[in-house]
Design a binder for this molecule. Structure first.
Ligand code: SF4
Length: 338
């Protein structure tokens, strides 16, 4: 991916308040596995298994890991699109883990999602003006004509012309469709946006444009982001802090620079070694991970990374490491740092 993303904007935002917007505590999301004639629960896919982190107001936390590591499930659980199996989700100091009905509906307008595939997430039979205004109409019962100026302003903010209002999703390119999805996500003036691989379906040439747009909007709308991606270079330019997930668990969390300059967990080190070095004069040793990601139905004992880790010991096979702070703000789950 092109790296001409405006990195400086990350520091531009005022984080003086240092207030926590979202706190996730020991979150678990298991999918039951049914079997037998009576379709009894015979096991569970541990998609998210005991994950804890927090996001400050105005901050972007990047969540990375290979496909199937549970990062998207974590995002959807926080939005309450999936039911958590256990743990707590605290938003602005309120426990929203089990809220339902009108309370959930009220809170939902503060969270929005930007999806990976903008086309699949937009109703192809609806005009863009109606698509963008739909969340507002649902919440505030305003008429389309009342909302038109607001929608046109939103379209302009995401870099779309006024006449986009009258067009349909198929008339736009992938990058423009993602801009429509972003305008729709902004319509209710949310506090938190969960962006799930928002640029991975786009051409490399437009990825940085969309990332820059998200950063500009973050400043303008005072947004907080949970930015989910498998591509560490995308996460680097978007995030203030980064969390690395492996097989449903968080294995490392730290400030962006700390992760990129001194990754501690062997899995993070392997992920980072796979990023191509743009300067051919600099030599970079690639760490090849052996084997595949194990099944979350029956995860390995102890440290779930042990079957693929070059540093694994017998302790690693038996005892699950917990996420511990080993340097200020840098937490890692690995016995090497005990
Ligand atoms: Fe490797 Fe052991 Fe650390 Fe797990 S705990 S990452 S197996 S060294």
């Amino acid at each position: 991916m092109s790296t001409d993303v405006k990195d400086s904007q990350v520091t531009k935002r005022d984080k003086s308040q240092n207030e926590t917007l979202l706190e996730v505590i020991n979150l678990k999301t298991y999918y039951p596995i049914k079997g037998g004639i009576l379709r009894r629960t015979i096991g569970a896919v541990k998609a998210v298994d005991d994950v804890s982190f927090e996001i400050k107001k105005g901050e972007t936390l990047g969540l990375v890991g290979e496909s199937g590591c549970g990062k998207s499930t974590a995002g959807r659980t926080i939005l309450r699109l999936l039911e958590p199996t256990d743990g707590k989700i605290i938003f602005e100091g309120n426990d929203i883990t089990n809220v339902r009905g009108t309370t959930l509906r009220k809170i939902r307008k503060d969270f929005q999602m930007v999806f990976q595939d903008p086309y699949a997430s937009l109703n192809p039979t609806m005009m863009v003006g109606h698509l963008v205004s739909e969340p507002i109409r649902n919440y505030y019962k305003k008429s389309q004509s009342e909302l038109k100026p607001e929608v046109i302003e939103l379209l302009e903010k995401v870099g779309l012309p006024e006449d986009a209002y009258y067009k349909y999703p198929h008339e736009f390119s992938g990058g423009q469709r993602q801009r429509i999805g972003i305008a729709r996500a902004l319509a209710l003036k949310p506090k938190l946006i969960i962006a799930d691989e928002p640029v991975s379906a786009l051409d490399v040439s437009v990825q940085s444009q969309v990332l820059n747009l998200l950063k500009e909007l973050q400043d303008e709308f005072d947004l907080t982001f949970l930015f989910i991606a498998h591509d560490l270079s995308v996460v680097k330019h978007m995030s203030d802090r980064i969390g690395v997930m492996y097989l449903g668990g968080l294995v490392e969390v730290a400030e962006k620079d700390s992760i990129y300059e001194e990754p501690l967990h062997p899995y993070t080190q392997a992920l980072l070694s796979a990023i191509p070095e743009p300067d051919p004069r600099k030599k970079k040793e690639r760490i090849i991970l052996e084997g595949d990601v194990p099944s979350p139905i029956n995860p390995p004992s102890g440290c779930t990374f042990h079957p693929r880790c070059a540093h694994a010991t017998s302790e690693c096979q038996k005892i699950k490491p917990t996420l511990k702070e080993v340097k200020p703000g840098h937490r890692v789950a690995c016995h090497l740092y005990n």
